[in-house]
Design a binder for this molecule. Structure first.
Ligand SMILES: [Zn+2]
Length: 328
């Protein structure tokens, strides 16, 4: 047993589970019951932004709409429309038609099992709110949800897929349920080493993950501001760390809020796959870029996954995505 990589053991054990497992049980797709709206500041632009969530037809997925641009262009919330992953996840087509900081809202949709919605925003990013997904979960709960007459989409992982870069790892392995296992390590003792493994079933996301806020270091924030970024960032929408200290007066919402937020980000970024995973994600010092690269690598290999249920999530242009992945 010595010398055997624990990840290999996990992969083999889960593969055996899958081979003996039944087909996944599919719930019906869900959308919002009514239109809801909120206003908040953009983390990077510092602008006041309006966000409106609207019901959408079955099999349409989550679609962002830039109402401030001519023709109000739509941007589907999908992994192959991710154009930037520095600091946050940005979807779009070019330098203008894009929307940034989508991941916390996408995580809230996943936590509330919303498959279809139109997200109208009147600027270049989703408002950051308090830096967590909780305000979006609240907004979705205010809207209410309705079942639709189509089965949900499940993406079943058939074999382990892994990407690695400079000590960072992101991987998906077969599993009967959607599980996220995340580990981070920072020099600051305020964060240090944290690991969380969580099975995202029966409302776990909304109860244990949604309230975890994004975080940043004072030194980085100052550098970003000089570049015209993080202009809306403050102690109201992030945990701010200076050296080994946390600057927020009220401290943390959880002792391990940092790794919980990384789980939140991973759920949001994985939701861009267009369905719910029947598989386990593991991230070691991973982030937006690694998770998107993982999805591109997964969908470039048709033998690594299988779709169940609705057609909305059928990944488009897997070959083009594979080219992007190699360049990244
Ligand atoms: Zn985040």
């Amino acid at each position: 047993m010595n010398q055997i990589d624990s990840r290999t053991i996990l992969g083999v054990r889960k593969l055996e589970t899958k081979l003996s497992g039944a087909a996944p049980k599919l719930r019906k797709q869900r959308t919002l019951q009514r239109v809801v709206n909120c206003v908040g500041v953009g983390l990077h632009s510092g602008r006041s932004l309006s966000l409106t969530l609207k019901p959408a037809a079955a099999n349409s997925g989550i679609v962002f709409r830039r109402t401030d641009l001519p023709g109000s262009p739509d941007i589907p919330a999908r992994w192959d429309h991710v154009v930037e992953t520095a600091m946050c996840t940005t979807l779009g087509f070019d330098k203008v038609v894009r929307v940034a900081t989508v991941e916390h809202l996408m995580a809230a949709f996943a936590g509330c099992h919303i498959d279809n919605a139109i997200v109208e925003v009147n600027g270049p990013e989703v408002p950051v709110m308090d830096g967590s997904a909780q305000p979006f979960v609240f907004l979705i709960e205010c809207a209410g949800t309705v079942e639709q007459d189509q089965p949900q989409t499940i993406i079943e992982i058939l074999k382990p897929v892994c990407v690695e870069s400079e000590g960072r790892i992101a991987e998906l392995v077969p599993s009967d349920t959607f599980t996220v296992d995340f580990e981070i390590e920072f020099a600051s003792v305020a964060i240090a080493r944290q690991r969380m493994k969580v099975e995202l079933v029966n409302g776990t996301f909304n109860r244990e993950i949604a309230r975890a806020r994004t975080f940043g270091f004072v030194e980085e924030v100052e550098k970003l501001r000089q570049l015209g970024l993080a202009l809306g960032g403050s102690l109201d929408n992030a945990v701010v760390v200076e050296g080994d200290k946390i600057l927020n007066d009220d401290g943390l919402r959880y002792d391990d809020e940092f790794v919980r937020h990384k789980v939140l980000d991973a759920v949001g970024d994985l939701t861009l796959a267009g369905g719910e995973f029947r598989g386990a994600y593991r991230g070691l010092r991973s982030g937006h870029q690694m998770t998107n690269l993982l999805l591109r690598t997964l969908f470039a290999d048709p033998s690594a996954w299988r779709l169940h249920g609705g057609a909305a999530a059928m990944p488009a242009r897997p070959m083009a995505a594979a080219k992007v992945a190699r360049r990244a």
